[in-house]
Ligand binder design. Structure first.
Ligand code: NAI
Length: 271
């Protein structure tokens, strides 16, 4: 249902790989609420071609950018401003990848070249995007920037491995930029800490099904799905949340504040 919450706003959405991606749902909902969008993803993801379906559905151009590559990011920001004929109101960073997880290396046996790559893709890229937008003065006053994160940044989830460290850095970068962008032109920066969600990146975490089931049982409202996450992102890009900044916002059905639930106790007692 559209309330035109983003009427006249323009934004860049990173990370729509397929129709399961959180970014894909965000793009659809932002479009539904009246926003103009530029889609971007890594060249290798673009070659898979799925994103073209989304681009067609929401009438958005696709501009390739490897988030680790500064000249790609600069080009993306410049081309987006050109496309919109003006500055940008919102940016979603929905990008993550662990090289060590992909290679099956446990946290106790990391390959550090891979770790640096993981940090570059999953965390430092957020800094790069904001620095490019800041230096090019590409954001409108009262704009909004958000990135997706996971509670493993605060608590140990062993199989989340080096991504826990990457997310902790990502959340810190959001706070620091929230300060600098707030001072510059009232742009807010937040991270959204989402429930486990069945996507390509999510499925890459070892034992994901058990993980998801546990979170479901530990959340009074149940796990938040990707559609609900997209709804929440829309509110953050709308003018209704102008003074929310430098926060890590849990979107997790209450999981992060729950010690234990009756369902989990009952399950333990059965064993
Ligand atoms: P996804 O696999 O659909 O999205 C990850 C995206 O990162 C893909 O579009 C991929 O192409 C992109 N990407 C990877 N390397 C890149 C590079 N070098 N340059 C540009 N883009 C690159 O999975 P999902 O779950 O939608 O992930 C989106 C965000 O949500 C990630 O930051 C993830 O960590 C976060 N998140 C996911 C949760 C889950 O359970 N799925 C839970 C909490 C947070």
């Amino acid at each position: 249902m559209s309330h035109n919450l983003l009427q006249g706003k323009k934004g860049i959405i990173f990370g729509a790989l397929n129709d399961q991606s959180i970014a894909w749902k965000v793009a659809l909902k932002c479009h539904e609420q009246g926003a103009g969008i530029v889609l971007t993803n890594a060249p290798i993801a673009l070659r898979m071609g799925e994103i073209n379906k989304l681009a067609e559905a929401i009438n958005a151009p696709v501009i390739g950018a490897d988030v680790t590559n500064l000249s790609d990011i600069n080009n993306l920001i410049e081309k987006s401003v050109e496309h919109f004929g003006g500055k940008i109101d919102f940016i979603l960073h929905s990008v993550g990848m662990s090289m060590n997880m992909r290679k099956g290396n446990p946290y106790t046996d990391l390959n550090y070249d891979f770790t640096l790559k993981t940090m570059d893709i999953s965390s430092i890229s957020f800094h790069k995007v904001m620095q490019a937008a800041y230096q090019k003065d590409a954001m409108n006053d009262w704009g909004s920037i958000a990135a997706l994160t996971y509670i493993a940044a605060q608590r140990v989830f062993p199989d989340y491995s080096e991504m826990a460290d990457a997310k902790a850095l990502l959340e810190s970068i959001a706070r620091s930029w929230g300060y600098h962008f707030g001072i510059k032109n009232k742009v807010r920066v937040n991270t959204i800490s989402q429930s486990p969600t069945r996507t390509t990146a999510g499925g890459g975490v070892k034992g994901f099904d058990g993980f998801m089931d546990f979170a479901e049982k530990m959340s009074p409202l149940g796990n938040a799905d990707a559609d609900a996450c997209a709804d929440y992102v829309v509110t953050l890009f709308s003018d209704l949340t102008r003074y929310v900044t430098m926060q890590n916002l849990f979107h997790d059905g209450g999981y992060s504040s729950t010690g234990v639930t009756q369902t989990v106790i009952q399950q333990m007692e059965k064993q």
